[in-house]
Ligand binder design. Structure first.
Ligand code: UGA
Length: 428
């Protein structure tokens, strides 16, 4: 198929490379010239396992190319909108990129005679495709959806760090459609990928994406809540999960207690859903608590540090890990950043190390932060260590010998390290 993908961020680039590697012809459109030129030079602008190699193979075999303007979509039969939907300061979702893309696509469609399918793959508040995107497409093209062109929703469930694996091995493929023709086009993209395909209305598909992320976030805040109780009882929440997770109705996944969830998706999507729910006249109590518990985990860790060290002014704190999770350089909403800001506010000295995320962290953290070349250098001469991302290299127990350690990610086995360091887990 001839496919255009709007947006060369995580979702767009992974989707584009994966589709091209399946033999489709793909054009990636992004307004960011640096991104376009990096892709053209066979370099991925984002870090994702396997993406560089896949991109460069596809570029060499002319199955993918990157361009800066939307005109390229005229040569394709289907366009996937993969632009970002960041949070506004009030938690609502910023749809500016989506609206701009829909306007661009609409204008292109006005000059195109061949039938075209527009697919919304960005995460958008339920109702957005029907209530905002279709009207913009229609206004700018002078054509009618379902009559002159087709529209579908196809949410992604990719996890950073495992995104390509996730693309080729999805748990399900969700397709929202108003007309069968639109859904058929989307289903054709995935031919050869074994997964249940579920087809439904546009808004239901959008809601599935939000419900999935909201449920994952709820699991994490739930187990952190339980973990905070466990810690006060002297019980290890990880032992509790072993016993609870065997119940098939509950399961053991996404119940790793710790410093809380970050990233570009779970915090943003839960906030967006809370906001839109309030707009609909309903106060979503569970989701509000999910955000509250997540925010409090950071304060809980800070309180533990203060209880141990007293006034933090002049104390040297080592933070191991900046990324919101391992195997990525992504620091968006990473708990480590917020903790570091609070530590600096309390006039502590912060030394830190992360295998990938330091260049990104340098752009947003206060200048005072000291960046180290490796974990060994970071843990040297500090009053305590905070482990905030579970990178494999932080599992080396020798790093912690004789130190005061606060583990936010269960990087260490408490029963093993209790004798060799002064160890506390955030929820265990
Ligand atoms: C998340 C979802 O998992 C994907 O299915 C979804 O497609 C994606 O958002 C998206 O909407 O695009 P991602 O943001 O890559 O994926 O990260 P996750 O692996 O879900 O982790 C999110 C955060 O939760 C991380 O900070 C992680 O450390 C934390 N986490 C995860 C826990 O604290 N405990 C757990 O048990 C699991």
């Amino acid at each position: 198929m001839r496919i255009s993908v709007i947006g060369a961020g995580y979702v767009g680039l992974v989707t584009a490379a994966a589709l091209a590697s399946k033999g489709h012809n793909v054009i990636v459109v992004d307004i960011d010239e640096t991104r376009v030129s990096m892709i053209s030079q066979k370099k991925s602008p984002i870090f994702e396992e396997g993406l560089d190699d896949m991109l460069s193979d596809c570029i060499e075999s002319n199955r993918i190319r990157a361009i800066g303007d939307c005109e390229g979509i005229l040569a394709t039969e289907i366009t996937l909108i993969c632009v970002g939907t960041p949070s506004n300061p009030d938690g609502s979702m910023n749809l500016n990129y989506i609206k701009a893309s829909a306007g661009d696509i609409g204008r292109m469609l006005s000059t195109k005679s061949e039938r075209h399918t527009v697919v919304v793959r960005s995460t958008v508040i339920p109702g957005t495709t029907k209530g905002i995107i279709i009207p913009i497409l229609e206004q700018n093209s002078g054509k009618k959806a379902n009559v002159d062109f087709d529209v579908a929703v196809n949410p992604e469930f990719l996890q950073e760090g495992k995104a390509l694996h996730g693309f080729f091995n999805p748990d399900r493929i969700i397709i929202g459609e108003e007309e069968q023709r639109a859904g058929d086009m989307v289903q054709k993209l995935y031919e050869g990928i074994a997964a249940p395909v579920i087809r439904m209305g546009l808004t239901t598909a959008e809601m599935i994406k939000f419900t999935s992320n909201a449920f994952l976030a709820t699991k994490i805040s739930f187990i952190n809540d339980i973990g905070n109780i466990c810690r006060r009882l002297g019980v290890d929440v990880y032992d509790v999960v072993k016993g609870v997770g065997l119940d098939y109705r509950i399961g053991e996944h996404f119940l790793s207690a710790g410093i809380g969830f970050g990233g570009s998706c779970l915090p943003k999507d839960v906030k967006g859903l809370v906001h839109s729910s309030r707009d609909l006249g309903y106060q979503p109590l569970v989701l509000e608590s999910v955000l509250e518990v997540n925010k409090n985990q950071i304060l809980n860790m800070l309180q533990m540090v203060e209880e141990k060290l007293g006034n933090l002014e002049g104390k040297t704190i080592c933070v191991l890990g900046l990324a919101f999770k391992p195997d990525t350089d992504d620091i968006r909403n990473a708990p480590a950043l917020e903790i570091i800001r609070l530590l600096i506010e309390k006039r502590a000295m912060v030394k830190t190390y992360d295998p990938l995320a330091i260049p990104n962290a340098k752009k947003v953290l206060p200048e005072k932060v000291i960046y180290c070349n490796d974990a060994k250098e970071a843990v040297n001469n500090c009053d305590c260590i905070l482990v905030l991302t579970e990178w494999d290299e932080f599992r080396d127990e020798s790093l912690y010998r004789g130190k005061v350690v606060f583990d936010g990610r269960r990087i260490l086995e408490p029963k093993r390290v209790g004798m060799m360091c002064d160890y506390q887990g955030i929820c265990w």
